[in-house]
Design a protein around this ligand. Structure first.
Ligand SMILES: Nc1ncnc2c1ncn2[C@@H]1O[C@H](COP(=O)(O)OP(=O)(O)OP(=O)(O)O)[C@@H](O)[C@H]1O
Ligand SMILES: [Mg+2]
Length: 252
């Protein structure tokens, strides 16, 4: 089973080091298909990700970014290597434990907002808060992304950026330890994209959520604590920013 929040946060449990990683990834490989049709999406990734970090993942199309994110989120399992969440080996977890992990520990945001058109913003978020262990209210989650005044609007009555912020509210209402964002601004213009990134930045800052953002926009690297660049399924560059820039101050 995935570790509970209590086990994770109990002081001094198992004499854990001061700064244990949330994710510990070692030699992670993922091959899709077999034989001559085999595609190596990840070819040996080593990575430690820590609580409260804001991480940006860069890399050309097909370099393995989404595959890595899906592995972190328990949506897919490795072909080789290990992936530990709080010391718990995700790669060999059974489906029931993975479901609990995805439901309680991880929030996902994708390029497509995937909102239900016939439900209001509040109802879209409530769908998730109803099945989680310790959620905030839909109203509180929507307030965090600046949509406290649009609770009863339907997706069609909201702009693309607003819809994406509803999707972020839905992802974080469960108070996940991890927020995984796959090209969250991919469908948005720069100005609207900034409001979405500010929502992620605020959640990372106020809730201490480890946030991983995949993007094709290298400018976003400046908003991160650390930036990893993938190429052909490997991390080919890792950079730590001594000073993180706020989204507003990025050189758009
Ligand atoms: N389910 C799958 N079946 C077969 N091949 C896959 C599958 N998922 C990903 N791949 C392949 O794995 C490689 C990495 O794909 P991935 O989606 O991780 O790239 P990416 O960096 O996210 O690219 P993009 O920027 O275009 O989203 C690609 O060659 C892709 O075609
Ligand atoms: Mg992708």
């Amino acid at each position: 089973m995935p570790p509970t929040a209590e086990a994770i946060h109990s002081p001094g449990s198992a004499g854990a080091p001061h700064r244990a990683p949330v994710f510990e990834v070692r030699g992670l490989a993922r091959v899709f298909g077999e034989g001559t049709a085999a595609v190596t999406a990840l070819a040996g990734v080593d990575l430690d990700l820590f609580a409260g970090e804001l991480i940006v993942l860069l890399g050309a199309s097909g370099s393995g970014k989404s595959t890595l994110l899906n592995q972190l989120g328990g949506l897919d399992s490795p072909t080789q290597g290990t992936l530990r969440y709080r010391g718990w080996n995700l790669g060999v977890a059974d489906e029931a434990a993975l479901t609990q992990f995805r439901r309680n520990a991880v929030g996902f945001v994708f390029q497509a907002y995937n909102l239900i058109p016939s439900l209001t913003a509040r109802e879209n978020v409530a769908l998730i808060t109803e099945i989680c262990r310790d959620p905030m209210t839909p109203e509180a989650a929507l307030d965090l992304v600046g949509l406290g005044a649009r609770l009863d609007h339907f997706p069609a009555q909201l702009s693309g950026g607003e819809q994406q912020r509803v999707a972020i509210a839905r992802a974080i209402a469960k108070r996940p330890e991890v927020l995984l964002c796959d090209e969250p601004t991919g469908a948005l213009d720069v100005k609207t994209g900034i409001t979405v990134l500010e929502a992620i930045e605020r959640i990372n800052g106020e809730l201490g959520t480890l946030a991983v953002i995949i993007t094709h926009n290298a400018i976003l690297a400046d908003m991160a604590d650390r930036v990893f660049t993938l190429s052909d399924g490997r991390i080919v560059n890792a950079r730590t920013n001594a000073h993180r820039g706020s989204v507003r101050d990025l050189a758009w």
